[in-house]
Design a protein around this ligand. Structure first.
Ligand code: IMP
Ligand code: MG
Length: 171
């Protein structure tokens, strides 16, 4: 596999700082719950939350990935549920990448059952080419047309997550 540098450490840090400012401005004193989607969002989530000048709470979800069973109501199976009650709260879901949009759509659907007051999405990479579900993305770090990316939490078969930069990966 050929790995090519795509987004540098500095570019990531700068964009995360911009996003944090934007989010802090939008939420004011509403104390949102930021929910990181494991595993891919860990580094993005940690950097983003630490850059936020905002009272907030953090939690995590983990969804069974590609190809795992969904129940008949169109929900995804959560292998880790948020532990802070979401009822009546402003919730910001933080994900690594939105590709087809299926995963995030099902996550939203599932978390809505807890009646949050608001549910918004922040994604590091908004990848457009294969989108099949319309997804309301409220904040994104980078928008790309296509390609397979690894690093800064993004994996290929659980590899490369630990890289501090983002690379394209080609056969
Ligand atoms: P979606 O349901 O098609 O939007 O897929 C989302 C999931 O697919 C992400 O959470 C990733 O786990 C994986 N994925 C999609 N594109 C990439 C990529 O370019 N690099 C790494 N993982 C990806
Ligand atoms: Mg993922």
């Amino acid at each position: 596999m050929k790995k090519t540098l795509f987004i540098s450490r500095d570019a990531i840090a700068q964009r995360v700082a911009e996003l944090a400012r934007e989010i802090a401005r939008d939420y004011g004193q509403d104390k949102p719950i930021l929910i990181g989607v494991l595993n891919g969002s860990v580094f993005f989530f940690a950097d983003l939350v630490r850059a936020l000048d905002l009272p907030c709470e953090i939690d995590f979800v983990r969804a069974a990935s590609y190809g795992m069973s969904m129940d008949s109501s169109g929900c995804i199976r959560l292998t880790k549920e948020p532990e802070i009650p979401l009822e009546g709260r402003r919730v910001l879901l933080v994900e690594d990448i939105v590709d087809t949009g299926q995963t995030i759509s099902l996550l939203i659907e599932t978390l809505r059952h807890q009646n949050p007051k608001e549910l918004k999405i922040c994604v590091l990479i908004d990848k457009l080419e294969r989108r099949t579900q319309e997804v309301p993305i409220d904040y994104y770090g980078f928008r790309v047309e296509e390609g397979f990316l690894v690093g800064y939490g993004l994996d290929y078969a659980e590899q490369y997550r630990q890289l501090p930069e983002i690379f394209t990966l080609e056969p």
